[in-house]
Design a protein. Structure first.
Ligand code: ATP
Length: 416
């Protein structure tokens, strides 16, 4: 059977992954064997999410009714019911919910009624608390099937420490990533000298290590020195797989979906108030602006260095009429040419315009020339893939290091 849970936390406390880890232990203690735990990331553009739009599914063997009772008790004990936007959902199903529902929940929007119709068809046990919105994520989690998959090792704090400053040794995290990269990623951001895997929110997570398989995340975890974790859980997940992206065409983009699309730079990029950078790209059927926000740090320099005519491929979510850039592939670069009035061949002084369509004239000796002089400056970027730094990466975005793609100038920077 699959057990799905979602929407148990609030910005002030709890995390559905922690609740999943606690439930897995309680099920095992009651003789219900948990074979696998899944951390399922859903559409990152859903506005009522608390943080990363995660839901949890457990693959288990045993009595569904006992499992349902245990799961309800766990939610009633741990979920933050007092928070306005917390609407927990729990599903236990022996029959598989169609995977299409999971795929739609990752790339698009679903309704609670669509979820409960599928649950009724499958004869599932389910319960939605408060407005029951959590049933959408809980149902999608039970329907999850990953075409591509990664893993996350999560370590949790004891409840008396929630909200206090975390102790996780930064040097040990750096050693962990250096020893296990490229099989793990996003433990630290070397370029920006930031620890990425330790949250700053008042929830139960102590740290989370992402990697390609259980062996590598466990190996990486072995390096970490920290306060004592009260429990630890390895989740199989769709994080870092780009599964939120759909092939898109400029002119036919829909708000709240995430895309992978091609275009040609239409105009020089602009830096806006707050340091955000905007570049507009064009295709046969329209234009779209692409944003590199301030938290994407050095990635903005890559975007700023684009010129009209460069061919690019971009990935990111389409929100409020713009693509919020996650990755950028420069496919072709135009020459950076500038036209100047030519030098006079007689007196080697700069000529000036002789008037509209009349060429150039030397003001000293009267010589004439018809064409301007062209200078070509070297381009400051190269063809290839670029990505936002790990400190600004979204959960579902595939890191280039995982995709095996070259990262121009992307080696580890200075130590933290
Ligand atoms: P948590 O740690 O609890 O998982 P979160 O950031 O994942 O926090 P939630 O608190 O779960 O966010 O809120 C997301 C809500 O959005 C849930 O109620 C979930 O059922 C719902 N939801 C998720 N994906 C979709 C979707 N594609 N369409 C509509 N609703 C969705």
């Amino acid at each position: 059977m699959r057990i799905g849970i979602d929407d148990t936390d609030s910005p002030r406390t709890m995390c559905t992954t922690y609740l999943g880890a606690v439930l897995a232990r309680r099920l095992n203690e009651s003789g219900i064997r948990v074979n696998r735990a899944y951390l399922v990331r859903l559409n990152p553009n859903v506005t009522f999410k608390t943080r990363g739009n995660a839901a949890i599914a457990l693959d288990a063997e045993g009595d569904p009714k006992i499992s349902f009772r245990l799961a309800c008790r766990c939610i009633e004990e741990l979920a933050d019911f007092g928070a306005e936007n917390t609407h927990p959902g729990i599903v236990v199903t022996e029959e598989k919910i169609p995977t299409a529902f999971f795929q739609r929940a990752v790339q698009d929007y679903c309704t609670r009624e669509e979820a409960t119709d599928l649950l009724d068809d499958a004869g599932a046990l389910y319960r939605g608390y408060k407005n029951g919105r959590g049933l959408i994520g809980a149902t999608a989690a039970t329907a999850a099937e990953f075409v591509d998959t990664t893993y996350e090792w999560l370590s949790y704090r004891s409840m008396d420490r929630w909200g206090s400053e975390r102790y996780v040794d930064a040097a040990s995290l750096r050693a962990s990533e250096l020893a296990t990269s490229p099989h793990t990623w996003d433990t630290v951001d070397f370029q920006n000298r930031v620890v990425v895997c330790v949250p700053h929110t008042p929830d139960p997570v102590l740290f989370g290590i992402r990697g390609s398989n259980p062996f590598w995340v466990a190996k990486a975890r072995g390096f970490v020195r920290s306060e004592f974790p009260v429990c630890e859980q390895i989740y199989q997940t769709n994080q870092g797989t780009d599964s939120h992206l759909m092939k898109g065409t400029i002119g036919a983009l829909i708000e709240g979906r995430s895309y992978d699309l091609f275009g040609t730079v239409a105009a020089r990029p602009e830096t806006l108030v707050g340091g955000h950078v905007r570049v507009t790209i064009v295709e046969e059927y329209g234009t779209v602006s692409c944003m590199a926000f301030e938290p994407t740090k050095g990635f903005r320099d890559i975007v700023r260095s684009l010129l009209p005519g460069d061919r690019v491929r971009v990935t990111g979510s389409y929100k409020r009429g713009s693509i919020n850039l996650e990755k950028l592939c420069i496919e072709a670069l135009v020459e950076d040419t500038t036209l100047h009035p030519p030098l006079c061949p007689e007196c080697v002084r700069r000529m000036t315009s002789a008037g509209r369509a009349k060429g150039y004239k030397c003001r000293h000796c009267g010589s004439r020339a018809s064409s301007p002089m062209t200078t070509v400056a070297p381009r400051t970027v190269q063809i290839g893939w670029y990505e936002v730094p790990s400190c600004a990466r979204r959960h579902l975005a595939m890191p280039l290091i995982r995709a095996g793609l070259r990262i121009p100038d992307g080696g580890p920077g200075e130590p933290l």
